[in-house]
Design a protein around this ligand. Structure first.
Ligand code: UD1
Length: 417
């Protein structure tokens, strides 16, 4: 296992190129299964979750070629089974259900099970696909689904689930008739998925709003498509500029999708501006704490909660962070406390009292965004911080240590002893 060793206290300065979005690339790769011809994707980030998804597509019968950020998928003769060994390492595998049912009339996907940030059930995905005519059984830890051709339906999600909306959107493209998804998730990655599907011939309206309408078609062709930039990666580098008192210029930054994050960072005292084709983020005079609450898009994203918490640890005053999307998404708190942060947890909320300084220590990454928050804290802490179990970080941040080194961070990757 590898770890990151960080010498804190160096303000970051320079340019960071934002990679393609993990959370857009995953569903789009899986949506390639719906197509009859080949799909050419560019700006696919080189991440562990992407490697896992490509393995999954290959096991399902697709022919894959990967050359850096370019991926070619030829769906070929598909098989309906996604095995547990892969699914357990990546919950997004459950997104195969919709496309496989739509294409083959059957699907067998291992139930993902719990993960570090809470129970994360898939009941909403299942209920919605049942409304379209699928029948499910749970046996031996696998969800097995069958259907004749899926039919259009009116589906109202009790909660705007991102994965559920994506699963339904994919399934509905090849179903008969019209599907209406109400209380749909509005995340930019769903809009990117819809744009990809439309480039393949799907008929979709309302993506990016809470009501999405899909008219089913008989077949989808292939297409060439560039994945959108990663808004969470961009937000994380903005926070990195803030916590080190530096200045980063972000290229390929999806600024329009960062509304709530930029508002919070500006409220804390950061200066964030679009300058030509880049976004410049800087913190000159010290920051102060604010209150935040995570919400579905366009609210403040849960995927930025941990990173902003690190930033608040060294800001003036105190602030309350309320996590409303996931249970148990405060695993970074006790690790930040090891670095000297003053945080009190009570149920769904954390009270952060800013401190004058953090001091380096060995800490353990527990999930993807928690890992990023520990790296940020390490960049600002006095002395040496060792972040262990960084395989979590590698699931979702492309070459983070290399990108940080280029802008002046003292960070190195080594084998965990
Ligand atoms: C996606 C993102 C993840 C992000 C999250 C919320 C990907 C690969 N992952 O995860 O980074 O943090 O959106 O923005 O895009 N729920 C149910 N039943 C269901 C489905 C969800 O109860 O059938 C609950 C979950 O347990 C969770 C909440 O709804 O508490 C949000 O889940 P969801 O929006 O589905 O997130 P994911 O798609 O898993």
């Amino acid at each position: 296992m590898e770890q990151l060793v960080i010498q804190g206290g160096y303000p970051l300065k320079g340019e960071v190129a934002i990679s393609g979005s993990k959370n857009a690339a995953l569903p789009i790769l899986i949506a390639s299964l719906l197509c009859e011809d080949e799909v050419r994707l560019t700006k696919v980030p080189r991440l562990r979750d992407i490697t896992t998804t490509l393995k999954l597509l290959a096991l399902l019968g697709a022919d894959i070629e990967q050359d850096g950020q370019h991926v070619l998928v030829r769906p070929g003769h598909l098989l309906p089974e996604a095995p547990y060994d892969l699914v357990r390492t990546m919950r997004a595998s459950v997104l195969c259900l919709g496309p496989l049912l739509s294409r083959l009339g059957q699907a067998k996907v291992a139930l993902p099970g719990g993960c570090a940030i809470g129970a994360r059930p898939v009941d909403l995905h299942i209920k919605a696909l049942e409304k379209m005519g699928a029948r499910f059984e749970l046996e031996g830890g696998d969800i097995t689904g069958h259907c004749n051709r899926l039919h259009g339906a009116r589906i109202h999600f009790d909660f705007p689930t991102v994965g559920g909306t994506e699963n339904l959107l994919m399934a509905a493209t090849l179903a008969s008739g019209e599907t209406v998804i109400e209380n749909a998730a509005q995340e930019p990655e769903i809009v990117d998925l819809a744009h990809f599907l439309m480039a393949c011939g799907a008929i979709i309206e309302g993506h990016g709003t809470s009501v999405i309408r899909i008219q089913g078609v008989d077949r989808l062709k292939g297409c060439s498509y560039a994945i959108m930039s990663d808004r969470i990666e961009a937000g994380t580098y903005m926070a990195a500029a803030g916590i080190t008192g530096g200045e980063l210029s972000l290229t390929a930054c999806p600024f329009a999708h960062l509304g709530a994050v930029v508002r919070v960072l500006r409220d804390m005292g950061m200066d964030i501006e679009e300058v030509g084709d880049r976004v410049v983020a800087r913190a000159q005079d010290g920051l102060h704490c604010v209150d935040i609450e995570t919400m579905p898009h366009p609210g403040f994203p849960t995927d930025m909660q941990a990173q902003v918490m690190s930033l608040m640890c060294l800001a003036r005053g105190s602030g309350v962070i309320r996590e409303t999307i996931f249970e148990n998404r405060f695993m970074h708190v006790l690790e930040l406390v090891r670095l000297g942060a003053a945080i009190t947890l009570s149920g769904k909320q954390a009270l952060v009292q800013g401190v004058k300084r953090l001091t380096g220590a060995p800490v353990m990454a527990s999930d993807l965004r928690a890992s990023a928050s520990l790296v940020l804290a390490g960049l600002a802490a006095k002395g040496t911080t060792i972040v262990r179990r960084i395989y979590h970080l590698d699931r979702g941040y492309e070459a983070m240590d290399a990108k940080l080194t280029r802008v002046g961070a003292h960070i190195r990757r080594e084998q965990q002893r």
